[in-house]
Write a protein that binds this ligand. Structure first.
Ligand SMILES: [Zn+2]
Length: 82
């Protein structure tokens, strides 16, 4: 089961307004060791900001679309060479 916990995120380098980030299976935004980014649902295409704490399936993260409520896998394709 995948649980989404939304919170208001503010990063002045990314946006001039707070926006909603969905934490996956975690309700503490102060917990360290996360990856955060933007992924699109593989079912309906809805784009969502996620914060993942469980990297046991790296580079895949268990996600859930807040729009269609279906689970999908988000792939971390960050280019670490940069
Ligand atoms: Zn969806």
């Amino acid at each position: 089961m995948t649980i989404l916990v939304p919170f208001e995120y503010f990063n002045e380098r990314m946006s001039d307004k707070p926006y909603t980030v969905y934490m996956v299976n975690e309700d503490n935004p102060n917990k360290s060791g996360y990856i955060q980014g933007y992924w699109e649902c593989t079912h309906c295409g809805e784009g969502t900001q996620f914060r993942f704490f469980d990297d046991s399936r790296f580079p895949y993260y268990q996600a859930k679309c807040p729009k269609c409520r279906k689970d999908f896998l988000a792939k971390d394709d960050t280019d670490w060479e940069d």
